[in-house]
Design a binder for this molecule. Structure first.
Ligand code: HEC
Ligand code: HEC
Ligand code: HEC
Ligand code: HEC
Ligand code: HEC
Ligand code: HEC
Ligand code: HEC
Ligand code: HEC
Ligand code: HEC
Length: 411
């Protein structure tokens, strides 16, 4: 409805201005461009104002009838867009910006028509609000980036959920902090050929790669990235599964670091998913039950924003470069494990890693001593508590019986 109304008004204005547009075009082709002469020409061509108003009202009523019967907004969109495509479908068209960048002004008609916005019947001027005909208003941006930053806020007029979501995210903070390279809507979605993001997860790291190419390269060779980029496997995390999409939270913050095991847990605790890859699904549970995990959980609850020296999953496994645990390069393979522990336990010796259970519950094969001690306590503690309980109950019983007897004897 919003788009229809805009269209209607725009078409009216367009009718108004087609004079102006032709005048200025003529002007451009016949003489050297000169703003003043263009204006003069327009003034000369103006019909009396009551005639114009009458024509405009007739046009509006006709347009409204038309909308109700034939849903012609598509036709009008096409007309208005056709006007722009008259020039902008020329592949050779470009302009040089003040910075010296050369920008192609070609807009692919087919790509636009099949985009979400083409399909939804948006006209060019819904986004290019300052352009109504030709010549266009003066172009002030000196670089293409400046142009993008001027235009992207238009996206937020219709997509209010997303603008709310991006407020305060890492990119917006960087942008407001003066880094013009931080991603805005059009960097990730494009401009004229926007398609529904849908399920194309492989496309996501490619999008981030434009600016985060080093991380992309690490990720591509990780167990997760290789599966996604190489095999299109949907089970592994893409960048946005860990970071979020529009609500990108600063990963450099301590709270994110402390929270990160929960991200891994969404998949690594899922029995069905882990079975599929013959992986254990108790890596998270074993982690939180050992001394490192216990401390982190307590720490997170008490001081969520404070730095900690206690390891989370990524301290042992790496972040973007997580490898299979039997990969010779893996940070957790036996040959490299000591080095990993030494980052925080600098005096650790060769046997040090054995002092830790890994992701295993104590059992006769893994850590038999711990297993025996645990089993011993598992039996001893119920025995002691049980014995005490029996003692207390029998003592109470005897006391009650004696009291009852005394009372009977007294009678
Ligand atoms: C008569 C040919 C012509 C028509 C029709 C035309 N343009 Fe342009 N457009 C140009 C030229 C030439 C430029 C290069 C800059 C300039 O001359 O203003 C341009 C530049 C642009 C730019 C780049 C920014 C700028 O201002 O330079 C945008 C955006 C644009 N046109 C959008 C549109 C839209 C939207 C329409 C339809 C409402 C349209 N154009 C119709 C010729 C045209
Ligand atoms: C959904 C909003 C939207 C619609 C609809 C739209 N544009 Fe754009 N257009 C943009 C944005 C945003 C930019 C800025 C470039 C960027 O950041 O990628 C742009 C840039 C341009 C440019 C500069 C060259 C370029 O490609 O970057 C031209 C020319 C242009 N648009 C013409 C058109 C024409 C013609 C139409 C209609 C067929 C149209 N636009 C429809 C959003 C839109
Ligand atoms: C005039 C309103 C309007 C403007 C401005 C606009 N859009 Fe849209 N957008 C729509 C409509 C309508 C749809 C199709 C219906 C839907 O899926 O929400 C859509 C769909 C989308 C989709 C696909 C959504 C999905 O779930 O499939 C994306 C992505 C998108 N727009 C991004 C953008 C970006 C980026 C910009 C700025 C360059 C922009 N939009 C500007 C109205 C608009
Ligand atoms: C850093 C890249 C990035 C930026 C910046 C970005 N998006 Fe998105 N957007 C995505 C991805 C990736 C998806 C797919 C979501 C998914 O798979 O869950 C998406 C999804 C969408 C959708 C579909 C509905 C939804 O929320 O899933 C719309 C509409 C949309 N974005 C609009 C916008 C608008 C408007 C802006 C600017 C205010 C914007 N996006 C900024 C990457 C981005
Ligand atoms: C147009 C370039 C661009 C694109 C595309 C882009 N980013 Fe960014 N990103 C930046 C810039 C610039 C920063 C701020 C500088 C920095 O901290 O590295 C940033 C910061 C971040 C941060 C915060 C870093 C920190 O240390 O706090 C994360 C996380 C991030 N981006 C993830 C993504 C993801 C995920 C995608 C893809 C969906 C993406 N980015 C796409 C340019 C981009
Ligand atoms: C398995 C989850 C996961 C995936 C997948 C992932 N990240 Fe990260 N990323 C993290 C975590 C966790 C951190 C924080 C590291 C820390 O706390 O030291 C981080 C940090 C970052 C940072 C800021 C710190 C830095 O190293 O510069 C950026 C930017 C970033 N990631 C971008 C990306 C991009 C782009 C992708 C996709 C190519 C991606 N991430 C994939 C979990 C992930
Ligand atoms: C979206 C789900 C998902 C998330 C989130 C996730 N992973 Fe994974 N991870 C997988 C899947 C699926 C595999 C198996 C991939 C394969 O074998 O091709 C895997 C494989 C691994 C492996 C290799 C196991 C081996 O030896 O083969 C390690 C280590 C790993 N992930 C650690 C992590 C860590 C640490 C995090 C959090 C920072 C994390 N993962 C987040 C799904 C996920
Ligand atoms: C103190 C270091 C350390 C921490 C912290 C750690 N891991 Fe591990 N992880 C290892 C080592 C060493 C191995 C290989 C030997 C083993 O299986 O115990 C391993 C193995 C794995 C495997 C492969 C399991 C399999 O079935 O082959 C996965 C998946 C994994 N870890 C995920 C995680 C997740 C998720 C977290 C956080 C919740 C985490 N790890 C925390 C050191 C660690
Ligand atoms: C990111 C730093 C970090 C890494 C990496 C790390 N640890 Fe720890 N570890 C700690 C901290 C801090 C403590 C003290 C825990 C506490 O205060 O509850 C600790 C405690 C321990 C303890 C308990 C006994 C003691 O010394 O307090 C053992 C055993 C241990 N770590 C083994 C390992 C092993 C084995 C590895 C390598 C697989 C490893 N750690 C990797 C930080 C780390």
């Amino acid at each position: 409805m919003f788009v229809n109304l805009t269209m209607l008004v725009k078409s009216g204005i367009f009718l108004f201005e087609s004079n102006k547009f032709q005048a200025s075009l003529q002007n451009r082709t016949t003489s050297t461009p000169n703003k003043n002469s263009g204006n003069e020409h327009m003034r000369l061509n103006k019909p009396p104002s009551f005639v114009r108003i009458f024509v405009f009202i007739v046009f509006l009523s006709l347009a409204v009838c038309f909308i109700n019967t034939f849903s012609p907004s598509q036709a009008q969109d096409d007309d208005e867009n056709r006007f722009c495509f008259n020039c902008h479908s020329n592949r050779e068209m470009q302009r040089t910006l003040l910075s010296g960048d050369s920008v192609s002004l070609f807009v692919d008609e087919e790509e636009f028509q099949s985009s979400v916005h083409g399909q939804a019947g948006l006209t060019c001027t819904v986004c290019h609000t300052n352009i109504e005909g030709y010549p266009h208003p003066e172009f002030t941006a000196t670089t293409y980036r400046e142009f993008s930053l001027e235009l992207y806020p238009i996206c937020t007029e219709c997509h209010t959920d997303q603008i709310r979501a991006i407020q305060g995210n890492s990119h917006m903070v960087a942008l407001e902090g003066g880094n013009p390279e931080a991603a805005v809507c059009t960097d990730c979605h494009g401009n004229h050929g926007i398609q529904p993001p849908g399920d194309n997860r492989v496309a996501i790291p490619q999008t981030c790669r434009k600016c985060h190419s080093e991380i992309y390269d690490l990720y591509r060779s990780s167990v997760h990235g290789a599966a996604l980029i190489g095999d299109g496997n949907p089970d592994v995390p893409s960048c946005t599964d860990c970071h979020g999409v529009h609500q990108l939270k600063g990963p450099s913050t301590t709270s994110f670091h402390l929270f990160s095991p929960e991200i891994c847990a969404t998949c690594h605790r899922d029995n069905a998913l882990m079975d599929k890859y013959d992986l254990r699904s108790d890596t998270y549970d074993t982690y939180v039950s050992d001394f490192h995990g216990v401390s982190v959980v307590l720490f997170q609850q008490t001081y969520p924003d404070q730095e900690t020296d206690k390891p989370v999953c990524i301290d042992c496994h790496g972040v973007h470069h997580i490898l299979r645990t039997d990969d010779p390069e893996s940070t957790v393979i036996k040959e490299n494990l000591l080095e990993t522990c030494r980052r925080c336990h600098p005096n650790a010796t060769t046997n040090f890693p054995d002092s830790w259970l890994g992701h295993y519950w104590p059992s006769p094969e893994h850590a038999p001593i711990v297993f025996i001690v645990k089993t011993f306590y598992a039996i001893l503690i119920p025995l002691i508590i049980g014995g005490m309980l029996i003692f207390v109950i029998s003592d109470y019983y005897r006391m009650m019986v004696e009291r009852w007897r005394n009372r009977r004897n007294a009678k």
